[in-house]
Design a protein around this ligand. Structure first.
Ligand SMILES: *[C@@H]1O[C@H](CO)[C@@H](O)[C@H](O)[C@H]1NC(C)=O
Ligand SMILES: *[C@@H]1O[C@H](CO)[C@@H](O)[C@H](O)[C@H]1NC(C)=O
Length: 526
């Protein structure tokens, strides 16, 4: 079983316009005011671009087997188009990162796309609305296989394409910020699925024999539990919840087409709206065959669970992905939600999701690619008791799923560092390590969960309750000490300000006053 942590390029690297990097849709999005909480940007983020060595030390400290990172497409192809320009410095950066990881016995798991599409492709072609993305992305993926594939054996084509489609092209909460209700997300997803398949085939025919790696996709989905498990309509609604999230992408890849319920519901709604064809695009017979079976493993991101019930939306002129599935979501107020309002800790939901995957998609090889808890507290709080409870609960349910026969081979805690959290800016923090973003050095401080997760990794799970309780206690003790450190460090930062600005000012003022007094004195005595 492999233990690791993850991150993504735009959220951590910073250096958004350095060393020849081209702008991404996230650079454009965050630079347009009013899109992100507090108008924050990832311009410098964690300064990860300059801190690779330091961050690898943190990974060594955790003793992880793997590190999941993403490559920024415009950092190595500034316009996104291979024929136009390659950025050697960007390629060098990822070469150095990969080499340093391997020198430290950390396996890199590399995602080709964690949301930072080159801005040129958005402006010229409309990004994922345009079918031409398939070839541009395939060229980019092949370049990555060529440059890094001798050392990288685990490739993820897309990280959480659901969010790319739904938040980028339906609600517009994320870059490129388009609100193409009821159509845009389906179209974007359609092109992404085809792109994924094309990249898998490229690897399969060109690189696999020589490089012997794996290519998969990372899908993020919550679990939907029927409010009343005895009600058939609730059970059907819960099924639709999963199919419209996970099934939307997993079903074509594992079974050759969109889920039946998705085709039925979107098709019927489109007809009611007087449209001649469904807003959900269709795959041709050849495409279905081409797409089916194009994942060597399935990456799963999972954070939380919802209760689901049937809800009929009245006939709507305005079409939307969110009314297509005729359901409503509820939460149990007793579920712990120590962080942001959406993230309830419901560990048992993960075991059910993993078992669903096992039965629906033929028990594929699974790596958990994202799982974790965030906090929204204003003051730094390194004693993250809630994250410890979350990790303990969720990892325990994954191990139960393993016992159920689910083929899950690895776990990736999300995430290594506090980082730029998309439209939430720096207000939401997923890191095992805290970052003081106000300090220009961006110092990293371990939270209690670092200590705790490290113990889980060393023991390869949970040995016995007493020992696990011990870990918890130790982690809480250590973090109190670090917390004092952090307080002292911010004090020092203040004192530096005092020595650099306040002291010279006071000193100068004293001299001026003395001179004035002296002049007075001399005048009075002459
Ligand atoms: C963000 O920018 C918008 C538009 O310029 C402005 O109205 C808003 O006050 C800014 N918010 C903050 C927190 O600076
Ligand atoms: C895709 O890009 C081409 C070339 O710029 C353009 O002609 C076409 O209209 C675009 N299609 C969409 C759906 O935007």
């Amino acid at each position: 079983f492999l233990w690791g942590v993850g991150s993504s390029a735009y959220q951590t690297e910073g250096a958004w316009d350095k060393d020849g990097k081209g702008p991404s849709i996230w650079d454009a999005f965050t630079h347009g005011k009013g899109k992100v909480l507090g108008n924050e940007t990832g311009d410098s983020a964690c300064d990860g671009y300059y801190r690779v060595k330091d961050d690898i030390q943190l990974l060594k400290e955790l003793k992880v087997n793997h590190y999941l990172l993403s490559i920024s497409w415009p950092r190595i192809m500034p316009t996104g188009i291979k024929a136009e320009q390659l950025n050697e410095k960007g390629i060098q950066f990822y070469n150095d990162t990969i080499n340093s990881l391997l020198e430290n016995n950390i396996t890199p798991i590399v995602s080709l796309y964690h949301w930072d599409l080159p801005q040129v492709l958005q402006e010229k072609y409309g990004g994922w609305q345009n079918i031409s993305m398939i070839n541009y992305f395939n060229d980019y993926a092949n370049l990555c296989f060529e440059k890094f594939g001798d050392r990288v054996k685990h490739w993820i084509t897309f990280s959480n394409p659901w969010a790319v489609a739904e938040k980028g092209y339906e609600t517009g909460e994320h870059a490129p910020g388009l609100k193409l209700g009821g159509c845009g997300a389906y179209k974007a997803a359609h092109h992404i699925i085809k792109t994924h398949a094309k990249v898998w085939h490229s690897y399969n025919s060109t690189w696999r024999r020589e490089q012997r790696g794996m290519v998969g996709i990372s899908l993020t989905s919550g679990w939907g539990e029927p409010v009343d498990p005895h009600s058939q309509t609730d059970r059907d609604a819960a099924e639709r919840y999963i199919q419209f999230h996970l099934g939307w992408f997993a079903n074509p890849i594992y079974r050759g087409d969109y889920p039946e319920v998705m085709k039925n519901y979107v098709g019927r709604k489109s007809a009611q709206q007087g449209l001649g064809t469904s807003r959900l695009p269709t795959f041709s017979v050849q495409e279905k065959t081409y797409i089916k079976g194009t994942s060597d493993f399935l990456g799963i991101g999972h954070f939380t669970t919802r209760y689901v019930l049937q809800k009929n939306f009245p006939f709507l002129q305005v079409s939307s992905y969110h009314t297509d599935h005729d359901l409503a979501e509820l939460v149990d107020p007793n579920w712990p939600a120590p962080g942001p309002k959406w993230l309830y800790s419901v560990p048992w939901g993960f075991r059910r999701l993993l078992n669903f995957i096992k039965t629906q998609y033929g028990n594929p090889l699974i790596y958990v690619t994202e799982n974790g808890m965030s906090e929204t507290v204003q003051c730094p709080q390194l004693c993250d008791e809630w994250r410890i409870q979350y990790l303990k609960g969720y990892i325990n349910e994954i191990l139960k799923a393993l016992n159920d026969g689910v083929n899950v081979k690895g776990y990736t805690a999300w995430s290594l560092l506090d980082k730029f959290e998309w439209n939430k800016g720096f207000s939401e923090r997923f890191g095992l390590y805290h970052i003081d973003f106000k300090n220009k050095n961006k110092p990293r401080y371990p939270k209690a969960s670092v200590d705790y997760y490290k113990k889980i990794i060393s023991a390869n799970g949970f040995p016995n309750p007493r020992e696990v309780e011990n870990w918890h206690q130790k982690a809480m003790d250590t973090c109190s000490a670090t917390q004092q450190h952090l307080a002292a460090d911010s004090l020092i930062t203040h004192m530096e300000m005092v020595t650099e600005i306040v002291l010279p000012t006071v000193f100068t003022l004293c001299i001026l006053i003395s001179i004035v007094l002296l002049i007075f004195y001399l005048r009075n005595h002459s």
